[in-house]
Design a binder for this molecule. Sequence first.
Ligand code: AMP
Length: 286
Amino acid sequence: MASPILVQTRDELLEALRALHAKGERLALVPTMGFLHEGHLSLIREGKKRADKVAVTIFVNPTQFGPNEDLDRYPRDLAGDLAKCGEAGAWLVYAPQSPREVYPEGFQTWVQVTELEMGLCGGKRPGHFKGVATVVAKLLGLFRPQLALFGQKDYQQLAVIRRMARDLDLGAWTEIVGMPTVRETDGLAMSSRNAYLSPEERQRALSLKAGLDAAAARYEAGERQAAALLAAARAEVERGADRIDYVELVDADSLRPVERVDGPVCLLVAAFVGKTRLIDNRVLGS
Ligand code: AMP
């Protein structure tokens, strides 16, 4: 497969996009922070099926990291990512050469999805979704893609992005597509942050998925009380994780906590294994 075009400045990107839009080609956008794995590649491959061209962005967005988070040590491998993008059939990779390319001098406009970002990861990582929503709004405005693909692994992020696209009318031109979580063969949700795990931590990280499975088994057996489902999940997560950030059962659309499962709900887990914060989720009742 041909190597994708690499562009590192906004001006170069606009030149490439103008030519593409002039030809009337359908564009799919896959925003990422790089250090790509099969989860990211599944989005690129789906984009290829649904559009003429796929553009991938690789940008470790500083505004979505808190002061004590892993911005400086977030794993990076541009050469490896380009090769993977090529194999998956991407047309172009935009990897801004510095955050200044995205946030120039004087930048002062922010997007906040006020309710959806309040709980879960938004509650534990203040400002995180403000950074996410702002950068994705900018990317949708810049690329004007027919579709943009995101993973359900980041369930709250997908909900925030869908709401933002609807509320700001960016969704009038761009379909937001959510894609299933890609897992390692033993069930661990793929994540660039898995690279931080030691072999021993990697084993204990399976407790997140085990927690979701335990709750799902109780649900399949007829349990509908949130407290019982959450207790089943928590007991498994606690076996492997060093610290639980949250285990919550929420309405699948509003993300508000539920006491009983009466319709589609999502069970979400965030926990630390060693110093690494991992997340996973499972929709029940759909
Ligand atoms: P990230 O580079 O972690 O910001 O992720 C970029 C995109 O890939 C987001 O839409 C994620 O939800 C998606 N993604 C990350 N991990 C997975 C996975 N295991 N399966 C499917 N999509 C994923």
